[in-house]
Design a protein around this ligand. Structure first.
Ligand code: C2O
Ligand code: CU
Ligand code: CU
Length: 527
């Protein structure tokens, strides 16, 4: 299938990105630069690197520049190899070391490198195979968040990859252009494995001609930004226990907000319009994104791809697991900063008074241009009608007593039934293939939750607490539900039936997910 972004472009892009890092194959770097406006402070000018340990593959060490601010690292686009018309992507999950704090070595995990992973980039219509090898020293899984694939290829808790084993799921990319991501989904260990570094971007391109009107050159005017709050102990190790994502400071350590694995990096650009594909890869943290000068930017996409129309705004909330794409014009050469303003959705600030603002990315333009109009219409999105829903389900979130549940049920490794007999398991929804379903997500707890469904993209019908914003009118796979709120979502389960392999739904706050705020459904052939 011929699409807007050709393979040739992708190869060139990869070369350019690797050149930026002077890179061979080892790919990702991490560390810290100067800190601006974060709760705990770090000396300036550490030497951030991230390397696989001795003996790991792809092993060259790469250092970023030091001094006042670290250059934004950009995960390279992973080249695929062709195998009989199938694009094969090699993903090696491995142990690594990073230097987030000066003079301290942090044990991390990475994919084809020491921390985080490369960007997987595919076209709608591609047949792909993921060749995943696990060398992290324990079992894991790799899930394609937001991707519409058969349950057995989904990388959920049932598709466990033992240490030193290989998993080679195959699937076809069936959905429109979107910014998705991939991460482990190991029962009870997702938070730890994700926060230690196992996460990467998964970008789909398609032939929607509107894409040509956006910044579209990866690493030049189109940048992935992976946001993560990381709690580090005094000895520099990642706090992997449950609980607050921002509690590190209280225990003598520090909490860092990382952007592509670095603290408050800098982007020097000669482009006059920038696109950011932003992932909230944190366990617990919500960000209220905006620029320090409160300039207007446009949200153009949400979890499942382009919005019906670009939405002008100055602030944008993003919860755990969600993605947004924004476009911002550079009309002056004055520097400006992408930051998270104190989020009113904070569950987990240290003092209960709302979290502090955090500088995320300092942008230094060397050129300016006139503001450019975006096309009036971005994507045609078929709104699903309530009347189309044959089944309505009630999902009630629970968590105020420290027991995180859905409908009073806490999913655990013990409650995961064996695969045969799966279809009879208690608390497994049975969805009929081709059906449209309406799910009422009720949150009677005192916390925000970020409800995520596998397999499909859904639409938010309405919320009990407020009306929907224009930025919520696209296809979503994760919805933030406020304390006391009910959100109604609607979705159609097409294409893949498998009565014995479940898909998951869960809160994407990884602590909550690990603690059991998860359930499962199977899609069965209609009779
Ligand atoms: Cu991003 Cu079930 O996960
Ligand atoms: Cu998912
Ligand atoms: Cu939750």
């Amino acid at each position: 299938m011929k699409t807007y972004l050709s393979d040739k472009n992708q190869t060139m892009t990869r070369r350019r990105v690797l050149a930026v890092f002077g890179g061979t194959g080892a790919i990702f770097l991490a560390g810290c630069g100067d800190r601006r406006g974060s709760p705990a402070s770090l000396p300036v000018g550490s030497n951030p690197t991230s390397t696989p340990p001795t003996g790991a593959r792809n092993g060259a060490a790469i250092s970023t520049n030091t001094g006042s601010g670290t250059t934004l690292p950009i995960p390279p686009v992973l080249a695929s190899r062709d195998q009989d018309g199938i694009k094969v992507f090699d993903l090696s999950l491995q142990q690594g070391q990073s230097h987030f704090l000066p003079d301290l070595t942090t044990a991390t995990l990475g994919i084809n490198g020491g921390y985080l992973g490369p960007t997987v980039r595919v076209n709608r219509g591609d047949a792909v195979m993921m060749n995943i090898t696990n060398h992290i020293g324990e079992s894991t899984t790799l899930h394609w968040h937001g991707l519409h694939v058969p349950a057995a290829m989904d990388g959920g808790p049932y598709q466990l990859i033992a240490n030193n084993a290989r998993w080679t799921p195959r699937f076809t990319i069936m959905q429109p252009a979107a910014t998705l991501w991939y991460h482990p989904h190991t029962m009870g260990r997702t938070r730890e494995q994700v926060l230690r570094g196992l996460a990467g971007m998964f970008i789909i391109d398609d032939n929607n001609p509107v894409a040509a009107s956006f910044p579209n050159t990866y690493g030049v005017d189109d940048f992935p930004l992976i946001l993560q709050d990381l709690s580090l102990s005094q000895s520099g190790q990642i706090n992997t226990g449950g609980g607050s994502g921002r509690g590190g400071g209280a225990r003598g350590g520090t909490t860092q907000t990382l952007v592509n694995g670095t603290v408050a990096p800098t982007l020097v650009t000669d482009q006059t319009r920038l696109r950011f594909r932003i992932l909230n890869g944190s366990s617990q943290s919500f960000y209220a994104l905006g620029f320090d000068d409160s300039r207007t930017f446009h949200q153009v996409a949400t979890d499942g791809g382009l919005l019906p129309a670009a939405v002008p705004m100055t602030r944008l909330d993003i919860g755990p697991g969600e993605r947004v794409e924004i476009v911002v014009d550079v009309t002056q050469t004055r520097g400006f900063t992408l930051q998270s303003f104190g989020s009113r959705r904070s569950n987990n600030d240290n003092n209960g008074n709302g979290r502090a603002s955090v500088a995320l990315l300092a942008i230094t333009p060397t050129r300016s241009g006139a503001a450019q109009a975006l096309p009036g219409k971005l994507a045609g999105i078929e709104r699903l009608a309530v009347s189309a829903a044959g089944t309505t389900r009630e999902l009630v979130l629970g968590g105020d007593n420290g027991a995180y549940t859905i409908n009073g049920h806490m999913m655990s490794a013990l409650s995961m039934p064996d695969m045969p007999g799966m279809a009879d398991a208690n608390n497994t929804f049975r969805v009929r293939l081709g059906d449209t379903e309406l799910w009422n997500i009720t949150n009677p707890t005192r916390e925000f939750h970020a409800f995520h469904v596998h397999d499909v993209q859904f639409q938010i019908l309405d919320r009990s607490a407020r009306s929907l914003t224009p930025g919520e009118m696209g296809n979503k796979d994760t919805v933030v539900v406020a304390p006391g709120e009910k959100a109604r979502i609607i979705m159609r389960f097409d294409d893949f039936a498998d009565p014995t392999t479940p898909y998951m739904f869960h809160c994407h706050m990884l602590d909550h997910e690990d603690e059991g705020m998860m359930g499962q459904f199977v899609v069965v052939a209609a009779t």
